[in-house]
Design a protein around this ligand. Structure first.
Ligand SMILES: C[S@@+](CC[C@H](N)C(=O)[O-])C[C@H]1O[C@@H](n2cnc3c(N)ncnc32)[C@H](O)[C@@H]1O
Length: 234
């Protein structure tokens, strides 16, 4: 685990104080208001699922409570986010498992461990995809699927990157001091190339437009890929 300051210390804290419900709906879009929903993940009955960078665990709680997976692992590297998720949704164990971990080593240590991996503006956005995507490919069983929502462009409106380059975006340490964190905002073809390099196939990318006009709204890239069924693991 990292010993650097937890830059997700405040994220979602105000909402968690007033909204403790298991969400009725599952949203992929940045505004958390439009279609599609959890159906994109397919029938989850009996499947092992993981949310990569689950934050407070709202998406994972929805899947655990309203669908019938064998298990949903809500994985997050932030101690603060893990604590919020534990407070809100710890009661959904054992179908919901709240995991405090960096997803890269977690996935590397779980070969063939998951049927479905997904992320909603989570670890995929904040972790070097050249590390994360190969780890995800290892953790998927043959035929398993990865689905993730990520920014289609920067929140200020600037276009996504045309190569595998991160931005250093503004963040705050727990003591309020300003700092930066790395965020990957990549064009569709860049994601596609990275997924191919990681050995994934059947890649599909949908653009979900921003539905509202409010400031710092954004379009969403909804990206899906699969691990081939005919691979043999050494
Ligand atoms: C913008 S929040 C999104 C949280 C949640 N998916 C949601 O929709 O509210 C991003 C989350 O990703 C987590 N994260 C980023 N990189 C990660 C990594 N490599 N491993 C685990 N969690 C990570 C952060 O700790 C943070 O909680």
């Amino acid at each position: 685990m990292t010993t650097t300051p937890d830059l997700w210390h405040q994220y979602g804290r105000a909402r968690a104080a007033t909204d403790r419900a298991v969400p009725e709906a599952f949203y992929w879009d940045w505004g958390q208001e439009g279609e599609p929903g959890a159906e994109v993940l397919g029938d989850l009955t009996g499947l092992r699922v993981a949310d990569l960078g689950a934050g407070a665990g709202r998406h994972a709680a929805h899947l655990a409570a309203r669908h019938r997976p064998e298990r949903v692992d809500a994985i997050d590297a932030s101690a603060a986010q893990h604590a919020i998720a534990t407070d809100l949704y710890g009661h959904l164990a054992p179908r919901l498992r709240l995991v405090h971990a960096d997803v890269v080593p977690h996935l590397r240590s779980a070969p063939n461990g998951y049927d479905v991996l997904y992320s909603a503006f989570g670890a995929l956005d904040f972790t070097d995809p050249r590390d994360l995507l190969p780890a995800a490919a290892v953790a998927l069983r043959p035929g398993g699927r990865l689905v993730f929502a990520t920014l289609a462009h920067y929140l200020g409106g600037e276009p996504a990157e045309a190569d595998v380059t991160n931005a250093d975006i503004l963040a705050k340490r727990p003591d309020g001091q300003p700092t930066t964190m790395r965020r990957w905002v990549l064009q569709e073809q860049v994601w596609t190339g990275l997924l191919v390099e990681a050995g994934l196939i059947d890649i599909a990318v949908d653009l979900l437009p921003a539905l509202s006009e409010r400031a710092r709204t954004a379009g969403t890239l909804l990206v899906a890929a699969s691990r081939p069924t005919d691979v043999t693991r050494k």
